[in-house]
Structure formats: C-alpha cells, structure tokens
Design a binder for this molecule. Structure first.
Ligand code: SF4
Length: 298
C-alpha cells in the first residue's frame, strides 16, 4: 500500500507534457514555507475550514471528547486522536475533513491510465510528488515497475533528503528527477527545513556521477535563500555538476496560508514579502552564463 493525499490529472507544471501527479503523504523535512503542509505528516491529517462550519456538531459526537466547541470555533486535540480516518465522512458540510489515505498500486494505476493517450501525444507521463515519494516504505518500486511496463514516463519531485541507498534502489526506473536545491549552507538549511544540507548536496553529486537525468529546482524564498550571495552559491553548485543542464526557479507564494490554519498549524511565512521578477531574471541570466538552461516556474 502507498500513502497519498491527492491525484491530480492534466498537470502541465510538473515535468514535460501533460502529466498526472500523484502526491504522496509524508516528508522527512518540515520547510517553514511548505506549500503542501498537509503532506508532511505521513498519517491522515484532520483539516477544519471554519468558513464552511454550520455547527452540526457531528464531529463533536464522533470525537470522543477530543473535539470541543467554544468561542464560535472548534478545538481539535489532534495529538490525541488515535484514528483520524474514523472522522473522514463525519461532517455534512465538509468543514471538517481528513486528508491522506492508503491506496493500492492498482488504484493508482487505474487513475493514471485514464490519460495514457495524452501522455503519448504530449510527451507527458506521471509525476510522483509529495511530500517526499522516496520516503514511502513499501510498494513504490512496484508502482514504478508497473508504470514502466506500460511505457509511462516517470518523473519524481524530490527533496533528495533521503539516504543515497534509497535513491539508488530506483536507479533505472526514474526517467527524470525534479530535485530541489534549496540552499548550500548547512546551518541555514537546518534552521528552515529541519534537515541536513550535506545529505542533499552529496546526493546531487552522486546522481550526477551516475549520469542520471535531473532538473534542478530552486524554491526562491524570502528570508531563506533570497539574496545574491545565496542564489549565486546555489547556481554555482548546480553549474559545477557536469550533467546539470536545467535549473528552474520557483518564486515563493503564500497561497498555502489558509491550509496551515485548517491544519491548526502556525504559518510563519505570512509577512516575509514577495519575490521580485526582475531579481529572478538576473538569476536566470547568471545561470545562463554558467551554461544552464534556466526558467522561472509559477
Ligand atoms: S521538502 Fe517539500 S514537501 Fe517536504 S516540507 Fe519541504 S517544501 Fe514541503
């Protein structure tokens, strides 16, 4: 079984051509700006959208004392709810929902195969995203083997924040790694993501040595890596990889803000400002001079 929280068809921003994106649940990092905060916990997550709540109170009855009302809102003791899935269809208005479930390989294949003709005519395929796909404990390899048997192109969006042995296990199954290069400084990386930059940088070097096809993705985040020195250092690292051909800059946006509230989490990236297009164009130009095909993704 695999843990997912969404399957999105007709995507044109997650790799080449028309793609179906499978979003896996669970991530070893906890980036403060994460656009998919519901992906981080590997287990089902309870989301509550106050705007939709009609005070039906079905959730309070089902919550066994872990969900209470007061001050015109709900208090959800998420830490102590043992089985979030039991609340999945409890709310008639959809204000309280549960995201994330276990699905079989066959269930994913059934969904993915619906667009197989579009993949063939557009040069598309399937993108495994997240969360972190390589953090799945089982069945991921089997899924990729089945996709390959059907001739479906596979891209994986990854933080590369997993042991090299894990990545190596998928060697020959992944067509394109869409790999995040967030920072080159270990201390800054650790402070903002909770992870280990050296692990990521070493995995880039190993992917490069193996000759794997990868596209580098740089989330440009104010307060984290949005300075000339930091972005030049990232571009320099990328340009030093002999098989790196492409680099994509993904400017920060705060669209995920409401999701944090729905998950009962604090959003720490509300007032950090935006990324300036003219700055990005300067980095595109710098990367181009270093021999990289650079693009801004939105
Ligand atoms: S690596 Fe991606 S999915 Fe994981 S926490 Fe960071 S931004 Fe979110």
């Amino acid at each position: 079984m695999l843990r997912i929280f969404n399957i999105q068809r007709y995507s044109i921003h997650d790799g080449s051509g028309v793609r179906t994106v499978v979003f896996f649940k669970g991530c070893p990092l906890n980036c403060l700006w994460c656009n998919n905060p519901e992906s981080i916990d590997p287990f089902p997550s309870i989301m509550f959208d106050e705007r939709l709540c009609r005070r039906f109170e079905d959730c309070i009855k089902a919550g066994n004392g872990k969900i209470k009302s007061g001050n015109n809102t709900l208090f959800i003791d998420r830490e102590n709810i043992q089985n979030a899935s039991s609340l999945r269809d409890i709310c008639p208005s959809g204000a309280l929902s549960v995201t994330g479930k276990e699905v079989s390989i066959q269930e994913i294949l059934r969904e993915v195969e619906k667009d197989i003709h579009f993949y063939r005519t557009s040069g598309g395929g399937v993108t495994l995203s997240g969360g972190e796909p390589f953090a799945q404990e089982s069945d991921l390899k089997e899924l990729m083997i089945e996709l390959r048997k059907k001739g479906i192109h596979i891209s994986v969006e990854t933080s590369l924040h997993v042991p090299w042995e894990t990545i190596e296990e998928y060697d020959g199954l992944v067509d394109t790694f869409l790999a995040d290069l967030k920072h080159t400084d270990a201390e800054k990386f650790g402070m903002f993501t909770g992870g280990n930059a050296t692990l990521v940088l070493n995995n880039f070097i190993k992917l490069d040595e193996k000759g794997s096809h990868f596209i580098i993705r740089v989330p440009v985040i104010p307060g984290f890596n949005y300075s000339e020195q930091e972005l030049y250092s990232i571009i320099d690292f990328a340009a030093g990889l002999k098989n790196a051909r492409e680099i994509n800059f993904i400017p920060f946006n705060s669209l995920a803000k409401e999701k944090y509230a729905m998950l009962g989490r604090e959003y720490q990236y509300g007032d950090t400002g935006n990324v300036n297009k003219s700055d990005l164009l300067r980095y595109v130009e710098f990367a181009g001079r270093k021999g990289l095909k650079a693009e801004i993704l939105n």
